[in-house]
Design a protein around this ligand. Structure first.
Ligand SMILES: Cc1cc2nc3c(=O)[nH]c(=O)nc-3n(C[C@H](O)[C@H](O)[C@H](O)COP(=O)(O)OP(=O)(O)OC[C@H]3O[C@@H](n4cnc5c(N)ncnc54)[C@H](O)[C@@H]3O)c2cc1C
Length: 619
């Protein structure tokens, strides 16, 4: 993929352009047609980012030079007013017009004011144009790949699907598939979530605390957002004590760990800004789907302690200001509170330490009891006739040349029309021949539970503590496992590398201690009443989130003999939040239809955008 910027109005950013993927030739802005055409034939860019529209003669020469490759023009308009962009969307930017030789024209009219847009207006407009260019070429590639999908069966039988992995992502998918007429078999190596086994027998969704949150930023991009934010590019090189994430006991245990970190560091800032926009677009779509689901089937959510409207607390003023901009830009803000107003309006926080928060933003979102939610979904699947196979591990994917023919387990081979895998952090060996082995790493987070009785908190919280090990904490209002009113606190990032069991107990302890420190900061009375840190230990646990180097999720499709083979996963801090839109994307894949997630979470997205830069990504 190659982009040529011929616009004098934007200059190359100093640090963010790798290799030769984005070329700058501003002199072409005022050059004659012959010079421009010669340059395009030599450079062979897929997209020109320009202040002017190329002439027909130039377009003809460029079109001929590119053969079957997609080409487009992104025109940067003269306006220096911030461009009023809508809320982040998962949909591609609409084309402004079609130029001669069927070349699409997109238009960007001025600096972008979107969530996380760079402060420098020239950089913002360039990043926006590059994001449009990248999406255009990626969509074209996705369309080309789609042509190979197997047509759904036409013999009138209900199509069958084997769903492997019964975490929250695949449970929502399995429920969606069942209600859309598929015959579902659900398989998980772990126990039935209804059995209430010890937390460490389960995957991430059932193994952690019984609380999850949806907000419009729940899944996020964790690359540096600004050039002066370089420290966040080093999180995998530092231990929690150094405010990093590396929690591995044996750093040499898995050979590919460092290549994965390199992949994390590889993408230029324009691309990670595009990732951020796309992740937020998918969060938004998921939010709409959650809303519809709660409206159409309220009985599913009745006993799940659903709490709407999340109070985001910020300890640091600069952090609060930056977040205000971000929350406003995505339409999440409901209200703002100064520190005194927080204590007054939310009595449960009245006794928080004097420096606990500089202010707060009430945002759209909700929390619920994820363990009961999973139980409810398994009940619904069973009642709807799904075949449940808990305690059964998928050992190997069987193929006939490239097409998937079945899944091998200890008790035999399962043949179905379709296969949908979402194995969390445990898919390593299983996904060996999919090109995805080693792509999903673990980032653990810690949990603890405290009573919510004396002056009960009513709204769930998101707590930001810049420069603290527990930098982001979710505090969820609900019930503990015994049905008593409680607050579930989940926080911290501990990178395990590809092996989710490669955990240094001492480093893990430092994250638990940081979570305890947040409890003491916000709820000093409760902290004392339960016996301080020792009291908290009784409810401490952790779970390991699936995470990718790109910070995007994974959505991979391949052919099965009589249907589709789909792998999803790696949704970092938002697997629960995005589960409805993931289910929607799976349904589209099984029906042979396109969904934006297929392109945006394509595991080769970064390789395609940057050429051969990161070595460990699937081609
Ligand atoms: C502290 C913390 C707080 C979080 N808070 C939030 C939040 O508020 N909102 C949010 O959206 N997200 C949150 N997350 C992230 C979220 O929990 C995860 O993204 C999500 O649970 C991942 O679900 P999953 O279904 O992909 O994986 P899992 O829940 O891990 O499920 C994968 C399943 O696959 C099974 N499996 C694996 N291999 C095989 C095999 N070979 N055969 C059969 N089965 C197999 C496993 O047994 C497991 O049950 C949080 C994470 C942490 C750590």
């Amino acid at each position: 993929m190659r982009f040529l910027v011929t616009c004098q109005a934007v200059r190359p950013p100093e640090q963010s352009m790798p290799g030769d993927r984005v070329l700058f030739q501003p002199e072409l802005d005022t050059a004659d047609d012959t010079t421009v055409a010669a340059s395009l034939c030599e450079v062979r860019p897929h997209v020109i980012i320009s202040a002017t529209t190329p002439s027909s003669a130039v377009l003809r020469a460029w079109r001929d030079a590119m053969g079957a490759e997609p080409i487009a023009v992104v025109r940067i308009g003269p306006s220096r007013q911030p461009e009023k962009r809508g809320l982040p969307s998962m949909e591609a930017e609409p084309q402004h017009a079609r130029l001669p030789f069927d070349v699409p024209l997109f238009s960007v009219s001025g600096p972008s004011s979107g969530a996380g847009a760079p402060a420098d207006p020239e950089e913002a407009v360039l990043f926006r144009a590059l994001a449009i260019a990248e999406r255009f070429v990626q969509e074209h590639r996705a369309k080309r790949d789609r042509a190979t999908a197997v047509a759904p069966r036409s013999d009138g039988e209900r199509e069958s699907v084997l769903v492997v992995g019964a975490g929250v992502v695949n449970l929502v998918t399995a429920h969606t598939l069942l209600t859309n007429g598929y015959r579902v078999t659900l398989m998980d190596a772990g126990p039935d979530p209804r059995e209430n086994r010890p937390w460490n027998h389960y995957g991430c969704s059932r193994g952690g605390g019984n609380a999850r949150m949806f907000t419009l930023t729940e899944m996020d991009d964790y690359h540096p957002r600004h050039t002066d934010d370089a420290d966040s590019n080093l999180v995998f090189d530092r231990s929690p004590e150094q405010l990093g994430w590396d929690i591995r006991r044996d750093p040499a245990a898995v050979a590919g760990d460092q290549a994965w970190v390199q992949d994390f560091k590889s993408p230029p800032r324009w691309l990670t800004h595009a990732y951020n926009h796309d992740i937020f677009g998918l969060n938004r779509r998921s939010g709409d789907l959650w809303k519809e689901w709660m409206k159409e089937q309220p009985h599913i959510f009745d006993g799940l302690h659903v709490r709407h409207d999340i109070l985001r607390l910020y300890q640091d003023e600069a952090d609060l200001a930056a977040s205000r901009h971000r929350q406003d830009a995505i339409g999440a803000t409901l209200a703002l509170f100064g520190p005194d107003a927080v204590r007054e309006r939310f009595p449960a926080l009245a006794r928080a330490r004097h420096d606990a928060f500089a202010g707060a933003i009430m945002v759209r979102g909700f929390t619920l009891d994820v363990h009961r939610f999973m139980t409810e979904l398994v009940d619904l699947l069973e009642a709807g006739g799904a075949e449940l196979r808990f305690g059964q591990r998928a050992e190997r994917i069987l193929r006939d040349s490239a097409d998937v023919t079945g899944v091998l387990t200890e008790s035999g081979v399962f043949h179905r029309d379709h296969y949908v895998f979402s194995p969390g952090v445990d898919g390593g060996t299983l996904l060996g021949d999919t090109g995805l082995a080693g792509q999903v790493h673990g980032v653990l987070g810690c949990w603890t539970t405290i009573p919510n009785t004396t002056q009960p908190l009513q709204n769930s919280l998101k707590v930001a503590r810049r420069g603290h090990i527990a930098a982001d904490a979710n505090v969820t209002v609900g019930e503990d496992e015994s049905g008593r009113p409680a607050l579930m606190i989940g926080s911290g990032y501990g990178w395990t590398g590809a092996d989710p069991r490669n955990i240094d107990e001492r480093k893990l302890e430092s994250i638990h201690a940081a979570v305890a420190d947040t409890v003491e900061l916000l709820f000093p009375d409760i902290y004392q009443s339960i016996g301080g840190r020792e009291g908290l230990r009784r409810t401490e646990k952790y779970c390991v989130r699936p995470w990718t180097a790109s910070n995007l999720g994974i959505f991979q499709t391949a052919r099965a003999v009589s249907g589709a083979f789909v792998v999803t996963g790696g949704h970092n801090t938002g697997g629960f939040a995005q589960s409805p839109v993931i289910a929607e994307a799976v349904l589209h894949a099984l029906r042979g239809r396109h969904h934006p997630m297929h392109t945006l979470y394509h595991p080769s997205r970064m390789r395609r955008a940057l050429g051969a830069v990161p070595d460990s990504l699937p081609a």
